[in-house]
Design a binder for this molecule. Structure first.
Ligand SMILES: C[S@@+](CC[C@H](N)C(=O)[O-])C[C@H]1O[C@@H](n2cnc3c(N)ncnc32)[C@H](O)[C@@H]1O
Length: 193
């Protein structure tokens, strides 16, 4: 049978679905990201990249970021779900896995600064404009010159409104889609205008 979700091995699908059933709004997806989406989210990253991942879940994007060549010590992953934090810490023992809210990026330890990329799997459509402001403010305070924020979403529209982008002097562009994903996903890149 074809696996339309395109899940990588060890992606923790059963645990993810269980957590979704318990916390649908916060988990925000029925299944972890598939391999095609994870590859698109990690595109262009490499051995010199310093990366912050928001909402690591069971680690499918984390795995793609590491597979792109980013050394684990250059990677900070924030997550709030205790089960996901345990599994991320076990799978990526040399990355900085932090029990932390994406609404409080400014209070992260200083090693997550001068970043090249923020890679986000957060369910932004379930969050308020003020939550979006906190995430944009925190991310762009931590990103160096030329750094970018990358987000996937399940609608063909950037989940951060033009109003919020304008407030922070940001611009969004569509980077591509992953049809072989459950559900199909769209990738947006946000950077300084
Ligand atoms: C759609 S899942 C994505 C998981 C994983 N990145 C993937 O692509 O399969 C969203 C994740 O964001 C986490 N999350 C939700 N709100 C958060 C917040 N305020 N701060 C940090 N993580 C959060 C959830 O616990 C969940 O793991």
């Amino acid at each position: 049978m074809t696996d339309i979700t395109n899940q990588p091995k060890g992606s923790g699908t059963a645990s993810f679905i269980w957590q979704f059933l318990r916390n649908p709004k916060s988990v925000g997806a029925i299944a972890p990201s598939g391999k095609v989406l994870a590859g698109r989210m990690a595109a262009g990253l490499g051995a010199a990249s310093r990366v912050l991942e928001l909402g690591g879940g069971t680690g499918t994007l984390t795995q793609a970021i590491v597979a792109a060549g980013v050394p684990q010590p250059n990677l900070t992953v924030i997550e709030m779900n205790p089960d996901f934090i345990r599994s991320l810490t076990a799978r990526f023992p040399n990355a900085h896995v932090v029990d932390h809210s994406a609404f409080e990026i400014d209070t992260l330890p200083a090693d997550a600064s001068n970043l090249d990329a923020v890679i986000s799997g957060l369910p932004l459509v379930n969050m308020s404009p003020d939550n979006h402001r906190a995430i944009m403010r925190g991310s762009f305070n931590r990103l160096g010159d030329g750094g970018f924020y990358r987000q996937f979403t399940y609608k063909p529209k950037c989940p951060i409104s033009q109003t919020v982008l304008n407030e922070f002097g940001l611009t969004a562009r569509y980077e591509g889609m992953a049809l072989r994903n459950a559900p199909p996903a769209f990738v947006y890149r946000i950077e300084r205008a």
